[in-house]
Design a protein around this ligand. Structure first.
Ligand code: GPV
Length: 814
């Protein structure tokens, strides 16, 4: 007997169909006959939202009335993915929805496809925030996600006829968006500029301009918890719809200017990943959402109180700073406590220090935000004063602790010229965490070493995780059913460590064959999807070998594409007989930051390698390369369950964690990877014999730098590597034009900052091991199943439990 615990609403399919009809008729004003799939999508979404409403109210009431500290997850990005299926799952309405939609004469697929994914994040950091709020709701922990409702999310990626990336705006709000509820009556005023004056011995900030922050609320339904939390995304509106005086002079364009300027603040998501973009608008965005969120939390937790006792603030809510983007919240809370509520500095500092915690997501020093003091002074003059005072206090504290002058200078939060946001976050909050064991260790040993020496107790680790609801249950229904069958229960969806119970089944050939059949069926599905969406002809009987993530030098897509070129040359030159080649389909997915030149060249190269290889009869059926454009959450949900082999090949010591690696392991892909980020922990858990490890370690990388790295040596020493690079240089992938990849090749041969060439030998060497195993499907699938069985740790539910215990010191609502 299989135990089924998934939420199931008592509503029948007929009732749900009636609710959709009502919505269509009374809210949207269309008949069922007139309705398009997009209308039904809006109606069904609104209906599900209504089913969640009572739980949403109850969760808010229990949070405010009870004594459970809430979590405020402050994040510039929430990469949510589509909402409908997830909401249906958590409301227990999936079957009713499917039946109702058919009864109304629509195809379920068409209705689900009508949803436009909100791309309000760049990559791992934004998706992590989405997984975390899903887990908090599922654990029943009261929480707010606080961020920005960008009008334009991450750009839509296209490729031109030369294979170059083209960025086009993502018009995600052009159609009705049923999930976000705009709440004009819970707005906040956010001010900028102006000056600070003294009035009766008190500092008073006289800002020059203000914008209206209006919340747009998204429900965050928990799975089987009965709880629904809130994601509150702020949108910027102008206070002066238009300037009447100007308008009377009929200078129409000038009249609407203030409105345009105010609304610019929440207009676009900066498309950078791991590199700060030093723009005034970005700082405005950061302050905008953080200031509104802090005031919102005071409104929520001290309802109707003119003189709230804010010394208890840190007992009401704990703010997690998702990287440095929201760190301006530290001086903002100081300012609010002192200037708006009259507390003294020390009281304000104690509260602020207790309220904030900081998660660092990088090891790249260039990714830690540093703002010019001048800019902060112009936009937020009072905050700059507070930061200066924090610096004075900090320096005195260090001195008292016996830290030497040089080190105090090295650690400066405020240098005079600039403000280092990571240092401000580390000093201003209670805890700092990295996102995988190795990363947290390197933060202590290298990136924030001085801080860790002085404040060792602040530092901790929480290894990232991913939500099993979206990335297993929704993305991979076949595997989900098989897991439930194997375990005799579906409880694993909210207790992922139960997957461990699958391990004995890896010895059962019949079960392993069922597991293999699931993967094969998923590959067929993906092949059909890729045909429909992209026009690709992917052979589902080949190994699907995937590399999906942002395009970045440190992630080393170049290593993969050079290995593909080398393999192509092996076959072309007859060094390997075509018949001896294990057929592979390589799938890339990656967006490059629009200003990141080498990353964009790499995209162009991948597209052109794909064009040449896919059109070459000599390698037909043996090697194919596809690059579906616009990689996003939706594509991830289709591609990950169909992947046999996943690439996690960053240079050791550069990837903070990675979360794609976790999604693939949970969906029964094998990983080829370096000892970097969370790969280390994945390998520890699934077993070294079930993971394809290659490449230099962090220590080996450091040693090679120290001795002086010369990429050309590797080029000269390895004929296959040389041949591959020469093909890029000689125009093989650019119709004979040698200039197209000149800069890329030059970089490889003279700099190669992330040692792609040095790891090429090890990377190509492990391919024969991979292919030998793939030639034995039963053994391959056995190992892949062992990966699934041992990846339960990588649930974001576990990450949230770690944060609750180590950092937030709170728990589920009673
Ligand atoms: I800093 N990350 C990101 O997506 N954007 C950023 O701006 C920064 C970090 C990523 C890291 O690169 C990943 O290793 C990590 O898994 C992810 O954040 C979530 O922690």
């Amino acid at each position: 007997m299989t135990e089924i615990t998934a939420p199931k609403s008592a509503v029948t399919a007929e009732q749900f169909a009636d609710e959709i009809r009502e919505q269509l008729k009374y809210t949207q004003g269309v008949t069922v006959e007139q309705a398009k799939p997009a209308d039904v999508y809006v109606a069904a979404s609104t209906a599900v939202r209504r089913h969640l409403m009572d739980s949403w109210f109850k969760t808010q009431a229990d949070m405010v009335n009870g004594n459970t500290k809430a979590v405020g997850y402050l994040s510039a990005e929430f990469l949510m993915g589509k909402q409908l299926r997830n909401a249906l799952l958590n409301a227990g309405l999936t079957e009713q929805f499917n039946a109702a939609v058919e009864e109304l004469g629509f195809s379920v697929q068409d209705v689900v496809d009508a949803e436009h994914e909100p791309g309000l994040g760049n990559g791992g950091l934004g998706r992590l925030a989405a997984c975390f709020i899903d887990s908090l709701a599922s654990l029943g922990v009261p929480a707010f996600g606080y961020g920005i409702q960008y009008k334009y999310g991450i750009f839509e990626q296209k490729f031109d006829e030369n294979g170059k990336q083209i960025e086009t705006p993502d018009y995600w709000l052009t159609n009705e968006e049923p999930w976000g509820h705009i709440d004009y009556n819970r707005d906040q005023k956010v001010s900028f500029g102006g000056e600070v004056v003294e009035e009766n011995g008190k500092k008073v900030w006289k800002p020059a301009w203000s914008v209206r922050a209006v919340p747009v609320d998204y429900m965050v339904p928990g799975y089987a918890s009965g709880r629904v939390n809130t994601l509150r995304l702020w949108t910027a509106k102008s206070y002066d719809e238009f300037d009447l005086l100007t308008f009377n002079k009929s200078e129409y364009l000038d009249a609407v200017k203030p409105q345009v300027e105010a609304e610019n603040i929440s207009k676009i998501l900066y498309p950078e990943d791991s590199t700060p973009q030093g723009k005034a608008l970005r700082l405005e965005q950061q302050y905008f959402f953080v200031s509104a969120s802090i005031h919102d939390a005071i409104r929520v937790f001290y309802p109707g109180q003119d003189k709230p006792d804010l010394t208890t603030f840190a007992d009401k809510i704990t703010f997690q700073l998702n990287d440095t983007h929201p760190v301006i919240g530290i001086p903002e809370l100081m300012r609010v406590l002192m200037d708006e509520y009259g507390y003294d500095w020390d009281t304000a500092w104690t509260v602020t220090n207790k309220t904030f915690n900081y998660t660092c997501h990088t090891l790249l020093p260039e990714a830690l935000e540093v703002w010019p003091s001048k800019l902060i002074g112009e936009l937020l003059p009072r905050h700059l004063e507070i930061i200066e005072k924090i610096q004075d206090q900090f320096a005195a504290e260090l001195k008292a602790k016996g830290v030497d002058e040089a080190t105090i200078k090295d650690m400066a939060i405020y240098t005079g010229d600039s403000v280092r946001m990571a240092y401000l976050a580390t000093y201003g909050g209670s805890h700092v965490n990295g996102v995988a064991e190795l990363h947290s260790q390197l933060l202590k040993d290298v990136t924030l070493k001085n801080f860790s020496d002085v404040y060792p107790d602040k530092f901790t680790n929480v290894t990232n995780g991913v939500t099993p609801r979206r990335f297993v249950k929704l993305a991979n229904p076949r595997l989900s059913d098989l897991i439930t069958e194997g375990l005799g229960t579906d409880k694993w969806v909210s207790d992922l460590e139960l997957l461990k119970g699958l391990e004995p089944l890896a010895a059962d050939d019949e079960f392993v064959k069922k597991f293999a059949a699931v993967k094969q069926a998923n590959k067929v599905d993906f092949s059909n999807y890729a045909k429909r969406e992209y026009g690709f002809d992917i052979d589902p009987n080949t190994m699907i070998n995937t590399m999906v993530k942002r395009l970045h030098e440190y992630k080393r897509q170049a290593l993969k594409i050079l290995a593909v070129i080398a393999r192509y040359a092996d076959i072309k030159s007859g060094r390997i007989a075509a018949d001896d080649v294990m057929p592979r389909t390589i799938v890339f997915g990656a967006k490059a930051a629009p200003g990141y030149y080498l990353a964009k060249q790499t995209i162009q190269l991948i597209n052109n390698v794909a064009r040449v290889i896919n059109n070459d009869p000599d390698v037909k059926g043996k090697l194919n390369v596809y690059f579906p454009w616009n990689y996003n959450v939706r594509l991830a949900q289709h591609l990950i369950p169909a992947t046999d082999l996943d690439e996690q090949i960053s240079q050791a010591g550069k990837e903070a964690s990675g979360t794609g690696n976790m999604k693939f392991a949970l969906n029964g892909a094998m990983t080829v990877g370096t000892l970097d980020g969370a790969n280390v922990e994945i390998r520890e858990r699934v077993g070294a014999e079930n993971f394809f490890l290659f490449g230099m370690t962090v220590d080996e990388v450091d040693a090679l730098y120290a001795e002086g790295y010369d990429p050309r040596k590797y080029y000269e020493a390895d004929p296959r590597l040389k041949a591959a690079i020469d093909m890029v240089a000689d125009g093989t992938f650019s119709n004979g034009d040698k200039t197209v990849y000149e800069d890329l090749v030059h970089d490889w041969l003279t700099k190669d900052w992330f040692m792609t060439l040095a790891d090429f030998g090890a990377y190509t060497a492990i391919q024969s091991e991979i292919e030998a195993l793939y030639a034995q499907p039963l053994e391959w699938n056995r190992k892949a199943l062992i990966n699934v069985a041992n990846s339960g740790y990588f649930s974001s539910d576990r990450s949230m439990e770690d944060y609750l215990e180590r950092i937030w010191m709170t728990g589920p609502l009673k």
